[in-house]
Design a protein around this ligand. Sequence first.
Ligand code: G6P
Ligand code: MG
Length: 216
Amino acid sequence: MKKGFIFDLDGVIVDTAKYHYLAWKKLANELGFEFTLEQNELFKGVSRKRCLEILLEIGNIQASQEQFDRWMIEKNEDYLEYIAKMDASEILPDVPRVLEFLKNKKVPIALGSASKNAKPILEKVGLLPYFESIVDGNNVTKAKPDPEVFLIAATNLQVAPQDCVVFEDAVAGIQAANNAQMTSIGIGDANTLTEANYNFNDFTEMTDDFLNGLLA
Ligand code: G6P
Ligand code: MG
């Protein structure tokens, strides 16, 4: 039976949440209010547009469509400045080991992310060659927890959804994987990712035996 593996990007492969946070915080401060790290948790796995909607709700700010679009662009331009400086040192621990393990087993790998910046980030950190398919914010119409992003990835890998394994750090992402009938693996706090089939704080905790078990 052919298996496929799908990785989320932000918070699973690289810790870009801190850059998203800094860019959103800058905008919030410009608009005259604070944006906390705790509030930033709500933004994980959520599309850029929805993040701005939530930010404006937090600041109690009404915006015209024109202003809204301008702030979307401004936030992304600030975020891209951080991304431009990224390199392989920002890959999260043991991600390359797991990718290499799967590659040696000839298991097809896809990316399933809400980000519209996924490809340049993978390129910057040098991991792009591992991915047979990149499904990101440019390819989907429905946000996680809708399973669309992962179902497209499964189709691209030519693997049945129930034979796919998803690595996710966001609650909505775990729900999307479950909604796609895939095996969901939470990367992060087990108390937050309670709906995941399995949980690890990070990839250093994931043994080759566990990965072999998923392939069996
Ligand atoms: C990921 C992150 C979110 C981010 C979204 C869109 O899902 O976890 O925090 O808002 O991607 O990212 P983008 O790079 O397109 O602004
Ligand atoms: Mg994520």
